[in-house]
Structure formats: structure tokens, C-alpha cells
Design a protein around this ligand. Structure first.
Ligand code: IPD
Ligand code: CA
Ligand code: CA
Length: 267
């Protein structure tokens, strides 16, 4: 196993176990608003500290980009750990047991290893570039859907950017004429892992941040997914607008996106 994946897994398990334990004492969860409909809790922050501590113990010189504490430039700026300590904070706050810890390592801008851990199901999704994706050490693969017939598509509503609602729901209702159904489960990192594991057939969302998707991106691609932005290019890490599925699935989803999203989203 790649030594950095080993550390990423150790960090994700520590953070995940802390999050799960904290859910048992729900009255001690303090939540504050940090942006539009955007909540953070003491548990997000504690989980993030545990992850950074674990990484720094083995790799003190690496750089870190973490959702709650931002960029910590290390001596080695070529290696960057991208961390979402709790993806699915809204679920966590409401006691809905669906959230994850997401950790990816990028070297010179390319993601090399990734892990997403769901502490409630004890499911660990991992990937190393060029070596496939695994769920609890067993190989996973994307379902090779030919079109959207019968497809279940995961998505997320733009609840932090409601100015995009109109475009978003146009895309969704156009896609709904063709797919079987949608799932809005509340953790973009797990949405990409569920695509990787063949549990859903596609995923799209807009305005995501690098820490939401860095790990899930490698896991889904190593499982055979194609991932693009809303115009079919590969700039989704910058725009946060993402479409992911089998090669044919992406083509079919992009048709609805291109016909219905506003111009700004298609740039
Ligand atoms: C959120 C989740 C959610 C997605 C949001 C993200 P957070 O992350 O991934 O599924 O719809 O866009 O911001 O805030 O819970 O870490
Ligand atoms: Ca997130
Ligand atoms: Ca988060």
C-alpha cells in the first residue's frame, strides 16, 4: 500500500470514530453559521485537528488544505493534503447517519491517493492512481450504463448558492424525464464513492469545493467513471460544477446540462 494512503486511512478512521462518538452526545454539538446556510460544528473542527495532527506526525513538511482551517503551506508545497473532516454536516447536525471524512493527497497538482470513510457503516473507500478503487479492500467498478433509462442519479441542491436554483432545477427536471429517480443524500464525497461502487449510476452538482470532491474524484475515476465540468471539459476542480458517470452516462447527462444550465455555468 502507498505509505501516504496508509496515513490517510489512519487519519480518516480517527476522525470518523470521533464524529460517530460525538453523535452519541448530541447535546454537546455546537453549531454556528459560517456562510449562507453553511453550518460548522465543534466536531468538524475537532475532527480536522485530529486529521492534521496525524498527517503532520508522519509528514511535517507537507502542505495541507483543510475546509475549516484553510491552507497551511509546508516546506514542501508540491505535496498537498486536501481534507474535508466532515462531509455532510447538515446530516450530522440533524442526526441523519450519512456523512464521511474525505482525504486526498495531490502531488504537483495530480491526485495520487484518496480515501473516504463512512464511520456509521464502517465503509472505507480508497484509491491509488493507476491501481483501481476499493471498498473495504475489495475492488469496485462503475456500472457501465448505456443511457439514462433506469438510472438512479445522485445530486445535491445548491443550498449555499440559491441564486443558481432556477438553472439547477431546470437541469434536474429535464433529466428527470429520462432517468428513473434521483437521490439527494447529503455527502458529495460519498455520492462519488457510491457511483464508484455501482450503487448509483451518475452524479451531478454545482458549486462544490475542492475538499468535497478531491478524494471521491480519484476513487470514481479509478473505478471507471468519466468526470467533467458542465461544458464537458475537465475544469471541475476549479468551477466545482461536476458531472460523473460511465462514458455514455456522462454524455447523456451533459445533454440536459448544456440545454438548461445558464451561460456562466457552461464557461
Ligand atoms: C456539503 C455536502 C453536500 C453538498 C454540499 C457540500 P459539507 O459539504 O457535500 O452533499 O450538497 O454542496 O457543501 O458542508 O457538509 O462539508
Ligand atoms: Ca463538504
Ligand atoms: Ca465539511
Amino acid at each position: 500500500m502507498h505509505p501516504m494512503l496508509n496515513i490517510a486511512i489512519r487519519a480518516a478512521r480517527k476522525a470518523g470514530n470521533h464524529i460517530a462518538k460525538s453523535l452519541e452526545n448530541a447535546d454537546k454539538i455546537e453549531s454556528t453559521l459560517k456562510g449562507n446556510n453553511d453550518f460548522v460544528t465543534n466536531v468538524d473542527k475537532e475532527a480536522e485537528s485530529l486529521i492534521i495532527e496525524t498527517i503532520k506526525a508522519s509528514y511535517p513538511e507537507h502542505s495541507v488544505v483543510a475546509e475549516e482551517s484553510g491552507l497551511q503551506e509546508g516546506k514542501d508545497s508540491d505535496v498537498q493534503w486536501i481534507i474535508d473532516p466532515l462531509d455532510g454536516t447538515n446530516n450530522f447536525v440533524k442526526g441523519i447517519p450519512h456523512f464521511s471524512v474525505s482525504i486526498a493527497v495531490r502531488m504537483k497538482g495530480r491526485t495520487e491517493v484518496a480515501c473516504v470513510y463512512d464511520p456509521m457503516t464502517n465503509e472505507l473507500f480508497t484509491a491509488t492512481r493507476g491501481a483501481g478503487a476499493q471498498l473495504n479492500n475489495s475492488r469496485i467498478r462503475v456500472k457501465q450504463a448505456k443511457d439514462l433509462q433506469g438510472a438512479i442519479i445522485a445530486t445535491g441542491f445548491p443550498f449555499k448558492q440559491k441564486q443558481h436554483s432556477e438553472s439547477y432545477f431546470k437541469v434536474m427536471s429535464s433529466m428527470f424525464t429520462e432517468v428513473a429517480d434521483f437521490r439527494r443524500q447529503g455527502s458529495a464525497a460519498l455520492d462519488l464513492c457510491y457511483l464508484a461502487a455501482g450503487r448509483v449510476d451518475g452524479f451531478f452538482e454545482l458549486g462544490l469545493k475542492p475538499w468535497d470532491i478531491a478524494a471521491g474524484d480519484l476513487i470514481a475515476r479509478e473505478a471507471g467513471a468519466i468526470i467533467t465540468d458542465f461544458s464537458g471539459r475537465t475544469e471541475y476542480m476549479k468551477s466545482g460544477n461536476i458531472v460523473a458517470s460511465s462514458p455514455r452516462g456522462v454524455k447523456a447527462m451533459l445533454k440536459h446540462v448544456r440545454e438548461n444550465a445558464n451561460e456562466g455555468m457552461l464557461k
